[in-house]
Ligand binder design. Structure first.
Ligand SMILES: [Zn+2]
Length: 272
């Protein structure tokens, strides 16, 4: 699990949790400040050239290509892609629900006719049950993204992992008003471990990862988000975005540019 350690080191080096430091290490206090979103190392954020016009690269044609290789946790590891031989891609939206940004994300997706998967933090779902219901009413799916978004769930003992998952499922089910229980689990930061995967199995959750990550949570600039998604998306891609955890203006602006272009290129949006 050294890769996960280096992920944390990188996040620290990037200053991605700089604001969090002011809140102490207790992740329970992330509300009101940025939280490091769900990214893996190796794709450092680049600043937005201030004032520069947006350069929009063309979307890749949705022609069958080489399937991305799965991650390193073996055949029982998380799902990184959809089937890569068709036109399907998936949009996943993490770290909500958030009263400022989730409604705007829902409006954008409705306008574009796109259904996504919202990976919700259980504690936030409990705080905003109206948003949970609005997400479901929009035809979107909800995945379990832990109850409190721990910094590194891969390092937690099984009992804590079990509680994070179970509490989130219960919170989402209660908030939904109709007993909706997620069937997907996304580890915060992609911090998978055999313990996490085993608990997914025990709790009837499929482990869901991603393949396209513009690190929108770090606010790298609209240009970076747009370029990364359009250049890296191929059939089967699972795109990672965020509607909570901090200011998501860049995310919303970028998706407003990207989503119609992906759709017009022939991609269809599926739910894993
Ligand atoms: Zn997250």
């Amino acid at each position: 699990m050294s890769a996960k350690v280096s992920r944390r080191s990188l996040l620290l080096a990037l200053g991605g949790i700089g604001l969090l430091a002011g809140c102490g290490e207790d992740h329970a206090s992330w509300h009101g400040g940025d939280i490091p979103g769900d990214s893996r190392p190796g794709d450092a954020a680049s600043p937005d050239p201030s004032g520069s016009p947006l350069v929009i690269p063309p979307a890749n044609p949705p022609t069958p290509g080489v399937c991305p290789s799965p991650g390193g946790l073996g055949p029982k590891g998380p799902q990184y892609t959809l089937p890569c031989h068709g036109t399907e891609i998936a949009l996943t939206v993490d770290d909500g629900p958030d009263p400022a940004y989730t409604p705007r994300m829902l409006a954008l997706l409705a306008q574009q006719g796109i259904r996504a998967t919202f990976c919700m933090i259980g504690r936030s779902a409990a705080a905003h049950p109206d948003l949970v219901r609005r997400v479901l009413d929009g035809g979107h799916h909800i995945a379990n993204h832990t109850f409190s978004h721990p910094m590194n769930i891969a390092k937690l003992p099984a009992s804590a992992v079990r509680a994070e998952m179970a509490k989130a499922t219960d919170a989402i089910a209660k908030a939904s008003g109709n007993g909706y229980r997620p069937t997907l689990f996304r580890a915060p930061g992609g911090a998978w471990s055999q313990t996490v995967l085993a608990q997914c199995g025990t709790q009837g959750l499929r482990a869901l990862d991603w393949t396209v990550d513009p690190r929108d949570w770090s606010r790298p600039g609209v240009q970076h988000i747009v370029s990364t998604i359009l250049k890296q998306t191929h059939p089967g891609s699972i795109i990672l975005e965020h509607d909570g955890g901090g200011n998501r203006e860049q995310t919303l602006t970028a998706l407003g540019v990207v989503l119609p272009r992906l759709r017009d290129a022939g991609y269809t949006f599926a739910q894993p």
